[in-house]
Write a protein that binds this ligand. Structure first.
Ligand SMILES: Cc1ncc(COP(=O)(O)O)c(C=O)c1O
Length: 386
């Protein structure tokens, strides 16, 4: 969200930059003004774990203990550490694609076996395919890496979906790592349910990863947390890799995260509607001007997962838009096998910039932007993998 700047809200409105929450800015200034940039106190003194737990309780009615929270530099670090801690080389790990690429890297680079389960089209969004998941899990599958809300689809799993996932995890004795970093970016009418909150039994096999960095736009400050649903899970995480290898966290990242969770909500209450209105704008623009791109409406995040298959762009949609429109989108093929025709657009920006992005994309296509979805080879059904 580096260039987030809404079109109008006065308090938020610099032209090309989106000011961080005032509470975070004040806190960072306080450290700088007093030259207080030494080592942080111990975790307990920073209040990081407590602030995270309070935020989870207030926002998601999830009651958890600060003692079960470990600080991390980043969520991706937590993903790698968890794969290392709870599985061994060759074990199967389920990932629901398309997926934020480090999920795939963690499995492959640590020599685990990637068990891919593709999202499918629901009414107007992509959803988890739990029937296929049930068939996909085999005897060698040990873990499920869940991303909820899901990057890049913006899918927000319902309680019913999570309960079914939980049943599968229990039946197949899976450890679940639930990356919930986008939990605070859920749009009106939808609700984030922490996976570990679905039942005490599932909590005991779930590690939840989170950070204030996505919602509050402070990823450069490097601070995240892992919550363990049981002492045994936490002990294993702590002993498999010595804590010293993780390194210490910076004072500013921890202080900013505490401020975000304790005092950042009013800022977030302005930002999320802006993101939602950008989401709606993308949807309208594509429907009117580039109907050939299939849009799956995200319920959370600031990401649009765009199916460009009908355009048959070469050498790839991402390369086409970069070369012909000077618009940098994330290349779909990074998100799993079979997504070569997709790109991911980040719409956390000002409306003028978003408009310019979409206008450039449309101009780069010329008359092709009108190719209808129906022009595709063969019909598409509800439930087709996309
Ligand atoms: C689902 C998801 N997890 C993790 C991250 C990265 O978090 P971190 O910088 O804390 O590793 C992102 C960033 O986009 C993300 O979308």
């Amino acid at each position: 969200m580096t260039h987030l700047s809404p079109q109008r809200p006065a308090r938020l409105g610099r032209r090309d930059g989106f000011p961080i929450a005032a509470a975070i800015e004040r806190e960072l200034r306080r450290f700088v003004d007093t030259s207080d940039v030494g080592y942080p106190m111990g975790l307990r003194q920073t209040g990081l774990a407590e602030a995270f737990c309070e935020h989870m309780a207030e926002r998601f009615e999830w009651a958890i203990e600060p003692a079960r929270v470990e600080p991390l530099a980043e969520v991706v670090q937590g993903l790698y550490l968890a794969v290392e801690a709870y599985s061994k080389p060759g074990d199967g790990i389920v990932v629901q694609t398309p997926i934020y690429p480090p999920f795939l890297h963690a499995v492959r680079e640590l020599d685990r076996r990637l068990v891919e389960n593709r999202l499918v089209r629901g009414d107007d969004e992509l959803v988890f395919d739990l029937d296929a998941l049930e068939r996909t899990i085999d005897r060698g599958t040990r873990m499920l890496l869940l991303c909820n809300p899901h990057n890049p689809s913006g899918h927000v799993a319902s309680r019913a979906e999570l309960e079914r996932l939980a049943r599968l995890a229990l039946e197949h004795d899976l450890i679940v790592v639930s990356d919930e970093i986008h939990a605070d970016l859920v749009f009106a009418g939808h609700r984030h349910v922490p996976f570990a909150s679905t039942s005490p039994e599932i909590a005991e096999r779930t590690i939840t990863l989170s950070s204030a960095s996505k919602a509050f736009n402070i990823p450069g400050l490097r601070c995240a947390v892992a919550h363990f649903g049981s002492e045994a899970l936490q002990r294993r995480f702590q002993t498999v890799i010595h804590k010293r290898f993780r390194g210490g966290l910076g004072l500013l990242g921890m202080a900013a995260s505490v401020s975000a969770w304790r005092f950042g909500q009013p800022w977030l209450d302005e930002v999320v509607p802006h993101l939602q209105s950008n989401r709606d704008f993308v949807e309208r623009f594509l429907a009117e001007r580039i109907p050939a791109i299939r849009f799956h409406r995200p319920r959370a995040t600031y990401l649009a997962w765009l199916d460009c298959e009908a355009l048959a762009l070469t050498p790839s949609p991402a390369a086409h838009f970069l070369q012909q429109a000077r618009v940098a989108l994330s290349d779909g093929r990074l998100f799993g096998a079979g997504y070569d025709a997709f790109v991911r657009l980040n719409f956390a920006t000002s409306r003028p910039i978003l408009e310019a992005i979409l206008e450039r994309m449309a101009s780069s296509l010329g008359p092709r932007s009108d190719a209808r979805i129906a022009d595709r080879k063969g019909p598409r059904r509800h439930g087709d993998a996309s």
